[in-house]
Design a binder for this molecule. Structure first.
Ligand SMILES: C[S@@+](CC[C@H](N)C(=O)[O-])C[C@H]1O[C@@H](n2cnc3c(N)ncnc32)[C@H](O)[C@@H]1O
Length: 509
């Protein structure tokens, strides 16, 4: 490694590890491991293994995670652009596995950008329930939102908020909370030299103060009996075991659930049993810490208020977020009209808001355009609470009012916008669809030049017989463009020509 590791850091590691230190220090001469995690929202693990052009070796603590060989470039394959896998450091796949997320639950990922763990949670939810994913830093929420879109997440809300404001808006609400805390990053020194450059002897103490506050606040957003996972990618005890020890001493309703799943995790320091250390000299991955905190089910100090919240909380029943009461296509369209008539303005200043009112034509025209698009393109309307931001329509897993006052980057799944009386579908609508859901689709082979040409934004020649059509659909209109059968974006077909609708900012370069 070119960068010199700080002497104070190495001395602390020596004191901490004793006879193991030499083995630990030797890992800095080794190449870090790389991995991908299969996005099961789009492809089953077995299918990806059949299709994979890379050699993949299973990661013991994550059933959807695989090591890639040195020199492999998974980001330079069309499957990456079709959202089939997320490129993720192997140890970073461990925390979500311990959160025990079940489809239909309400999950909060509090420190989420750029979204590695959020996309992992979304895959576990399988489109059912709710994922609220947040980051304090606005700039970082852009990558977070884009990753949710690339990976076809339908039930995610992206916030740019402080933990306190989220807990204030959602007291006692979430079944599961992940706190992948900002930290001094010592576990990433081998992989990221910038972390070394930023580190000073006082860095762990600075982060510890932040972590204490974030964890205490997160606990008030957890529902009775809920579970939290606290994780860091650092070695400093004051950011790890000490945070958990202190939390338990002030929160007697919580207990540590022993981390399970693999023999290669070491236990945490001191008498704190059950927490886990991932050491680079003991497993194939970088340094991490994680603790699972289980609430005992007793009433929380901050219970949900009994006013209007009761209705909106009930509006998203536990375990059944996408159940029939969320509406067939017709109900969804009707709700779209209601959402729009309320102005549909985002509260808080956000990338997505803008606070514009519907333009020309008014509400009825916008609703008609949306209905027409749904009939012509999907046949059946997707589920969700419509949220209009001006002419832009999202389907949210929560009623719009639940986000009032919060800086909302994405209130849900972006459907598209109305322009000159027509509904123009958004790219995230395409990436989250399965081919059978679209009236027209075409599949391009990853082995031909066509897939890359499409991803570069080029126009393609596609004979009519290659279009897959739902019975009764007309030829004209948007086509869901897939790569080996996995949705990647939109095109528009006419007379053998596929006009490219792949967004400029997403293109293959
Ligand atoms: C370790 S990184 C998260 C990595 C992410 N979980 C993933 O898997 O891709 C920690 C994140 O916490 C964010 N952050 C820092 N302070 C925060 C705070 N007080 N509340 C919420 N997020 C915060 C940082 O901007 C950073 O993106």
């Amino acid at each position: 490694m070119a960068v010199q590791l700080p002497g104070t850091f190495m001395q602390r590691m020596k004191d901490m590890l004793g006879p193991e230190y030499e083995q630990f220090a030797a890992t800095y001469q080794e190449t870090p491991y790389a991995g991908i995690r299969v996005n099961t929202l789009k492809v089953a693990v077995e299918r990806l293994l059949e299709l994979s052009p890379f050699v993949l070796e299973p990661i013991a603590w994550c059933p959807t995670g695989f090591y890639t060989e040195e020199g492999t470039r998974p980001g330079k394959h069309p499957y990456y652009h079709a959202g089939l896998y997320y490129i993720q450091e192997p140890s970073a796949m461990a925390p979500v596995e311990q959160l025990d997320v079940q489809p239909g639950e309400r999950v909060l990922d509090l420190c989420a950008a750029p979204g590695g763990k959020s996309t992992q949670i979304a895959a576990k939810l399988q489109g059912q329930g709710l994922l609220v994913t947040n980051d304090l830093h606005a700039e970082r929420t852009k990558a977070l939102a884009k990753n949710l879109e690339l990976y076809g997440v339908r039930n995610g809300i992206v916030l740019n908020e402080s933990p306190a404001r989220i807990a204030g808006a959602f007291p006692g609400f979430f079944d599961k909370i992940l706190i992948d805390a900002p930290c001094s990053g010592e576990g990433m020194f081998r992989k990221d030299e910038d972390m070394v450059k930023q580190w000073e002897p006082g860095t762990p103490a600075k982060y510890a103060a932040m972590q204490r506050e974030i964890l205490d606040t997160a606990a008030t957003a957890l529902s009775p009996g809920g579970r939290m996972v606290y994780s860091t990618c650092t070695f400093a005890e004051e950011e790890n075991e000490e945070i958990i020890r202190e939390f338990l001493s002030t929160h007697p309703q919580f207990a540590v659930v022993p981390v399970g799943g693999t023999g290669s995790f070491a236990s945490g320091y001191g008498e704190l049993n059950g927490t886990a250390r991932l050491w680079p000299h003991k497993l194939k991955g970088e340094g991490h810490f994680l603790a699972v905190l289980q609430h005992d089910g007793s009433a929380l100090a901050a219970e949900p208020e009994a006013d209007g919240d009761a209705d909106t909380l009930a509006a998203m029943p536990k375990k059944r977020a996408h159940s029939a009461d969320r509406g067939s296509g017709k109900q969804a369209v009707l709700k779209a009209a209601q959402g729009r008539s309320k102005g549909g303005r985002a509260s808080g200043k956000t990338a997505a808001s803008g606070g514009r009112h519907p333009q020309g034509g008014g509400e009825e025209a916008a609703l008609a355009a949306y209905s027409e698009f749904i009939q012509a393109q999907l046949g059946e309307a997707p589920e969700g609470y419509p949220v209009w931001y001006g002419d832009h329509l999202y389907l949210s897993p929560l009623p719009r009012e639940r986000l009032d006052g919060l800086k909302t980057v994405r209130p849900g799944w972006y459907m598209g916008h109305v322009r000159s009386g027509r509904f123009i579908p958004g790219h995230p609508l395409a990436t989250a669809l399965h081919p059978g859901e679209s009236c027209r689709s075409v599949s391009l082979s990853s082995l031909s030049n066509e897939a890359v040409s499409y991803l570069k934004g080029e126009t393609l020649t596609i004979p009519q017989e290659r279009l897959e059509m739902k019975p009764g659909s007309s030829l004209k209109g948007y086509v869901l463009v897939c790569i080996d059968g996995f949705s990647a974006g939109w095109g528009k077909w006419q007379d053998g020509i596929l006009k490219n609708e792949y967004p400029a900012g997403w293109r293959w370069t």
